[in-house]
Design a protein around this ligand. Structure first.
Ligand code: SUG
Length: 447
């Protein structure tokens, strides 16, 4: 019997402490908005609206709850002592960035939560999940263990889902999850072909870059092995140093793909010609059809980072046509807008339509549409093993919208972290959320 597979976008729900810490070096938006006032309520509503729009097109949509913040254990590790309140006050005075790291809502960018391999792709027929260790940034490294625990709740049948631990926390295995991975596939039943993108080779020589090279080749190779992907279906590619220095901190800021379509900027990769040749060969040999690889050179790396065009989501709507879901920043950039218009022009265009979404609150931290979701391809048996409330529905959207409006602050700045009422508000909100999602206690404060 051939199983039907469906791609789901699991979007990270924006957490109540969404703020701008300027914590991510090499991510221009993050650094550029350091300590500016954020709007958690609006951020969460913008994220929910994206889910509603995608679900409305017939795209598989599900939700991942936020991680619990603040992580006051970080402050204790760093030598602060006294009551929670005293630690927060002292940290704000002495090292506001560390305090910001403890409160970071960065788990919302679920593209960095993990890498997944569908069961139709792996040799053992299991769904493989490796949470990202995210060691390149302190605030993000705090996510790994919690994400691993959360994913075990979301994908609880260990006969179907193989949960690997995050890769060892060392520079050799620096891993940022699915943001550096693209699965391309010729038919919905799979198996697919896999592009893994890295910035640095631990056991090799590397070009000098001003900004961090977050993903290593060794991490990519380890995941391809752990996930039991056939060698002929896997391609490893190095990001171009020029892209990293233009602010391309993850590959999903400079190339993207869906189905048999691969869109990439001319300067995305080192030796880009060879990358596309290798990918085309791997795709054609494993999928028995041709890859539609479209190179974009009509705008610069700078335009790519400013517009976040490549961080659009390309999705299949219910009539089987592709739609590109782009951030409004792409519409505002004239050159990018012209390229999009060209892509969707004509009845036989590869992409049928474009939808622009306002995700500015997340964008101001460098998180576009594709950062807010991770793609998980599941067959029917695997879908039924996921807690059903996590799948998007209009009633759930209404409930979550009221929940956000009731519990989230309209605005936040760093000094608000001193307000003891905020900690109570967060716990009340997250406690209520686990009831709405019917997940039982998942947060440490609930145990
Ligand atoms: O890791 N920003 C995130 C953005 C992640 C975007 N994800 C993908 N491209 N898939 C990062 O750089 C900023 C947090 C702050 O500065 O407060 C931050 O972590």
């Amino acid at each position: 019997m051939t199983l039907a597979y469906r791609e789901f976008n699991f979007d990270g729900l924006v957490g109540p402490t969404h703020h701008y810490g300027g914590l991510a070096e090499g991510n221009r938006a993050s650094v550029g908005h350091r300590f500016q006032v954020s709007h958690p309520r609006m951020a969460a509503l913008q994220g929910l609206e994206k889910m509603r729009v995608l679900a409305g097109m017939g795209v598989g949509q599900a939700i991942l709850p936020p991680l619990s913040r603040p992580r006051l254990d970080l402050l204790r590790w760093a030598g602060f002592s006294g009551t929670d309140q005293q630690m927060i006050d002292t940290a704000l005075r002495q090292t506001p960035s560390l305090l910001s790291a403890a409160f970071s809502a960065s788990g919302m960018w679920s593209a960095n939560a993990a890498m997944f391999a569908p069961s139709c792709d792996s040799r053992d027929g299991c769904v493989h999940i490796t949470p990202a260790n995210l060691i390149s940034n302190l605030h993000r490294s705090l996510e790994a263990e919690e994400t691993a625990g959360l994913l075990k709740k979301v994908f609880p049948d260990f006969a179907l889902f193989k949960h690997h631990p995050p890769l060892p926390r060392t520079v050799a295995f620096s891993d940022e999850g699915a943001a550096n991975h693209i699965r391309l596939v010729g038919s919905e039943r799979g198996p697919g072909a896999h592009l893994f993108v890295y910035g640095r080779e631990h056991f090799g020589s590397n070009p000098l870059t001003r900004y961090p090279q977050r993903q290593t080749l060794e991490a990519c190779q380890a995941i391809a092995r752990l996930h039991q992907l056939p060698e002929e279906a896997v391609v490893f590619a190095r990001q171009s140093p020029a892209a990293i220095d233009a602010g391309v901190f993850h590959n999903d800021v400079i190339s993207t793909g869906h189905g048999a379509l691969f869109l990439y900027h001319a300067e995305a990769f080192s030796d880009g010609r060879s990358v596309v040749d290798r990918l085309t060969k791997a795709f054609e040999e494993t999928q028995h059809r041709s890859l539609c690889a479209i190179e974009i050179n009509e705008f610069s790396l700078v335009d790519s980072v400013q517009s976040y065009f490549f961080n659009s989501q390309i999705v299949t709507r219910s009539d089987g046509r592709l739609v590109i879901v782009a951030p409004v920043e792409s519409e505002e950039n004239e050159k990018v807008r012209a390229v999009i218009a060209g892509l969707v022009k004509g009845a036989d265009a590869v992409i049928a339509d474009v939808v622009f979404l306002n995700l500015r609150e997340s964008m101001q931290n460098g998180g576009g549409p594709a950062c807010l979701r991770t793609r998980v391809v599941l067959n029917e048996e695997e879908q039924s093993a996921v807690p059903s409330r996590l799948f998007f529905s209009e009633p759930l959207f209404d409930e979550l919208t009221s929940w956000v409006k009731c519990h989230y602050r309209e605005s936040l700045s760093l000094s608000d972290f001193r307000d003891p009422a905020l900690l109570v508000e967060i716990e009340t909100a997250l406690d209520r959320l686990t009831q709405i999602l019917e997940l039982g206690p998942i947060y440490s404060f609930q145990k």
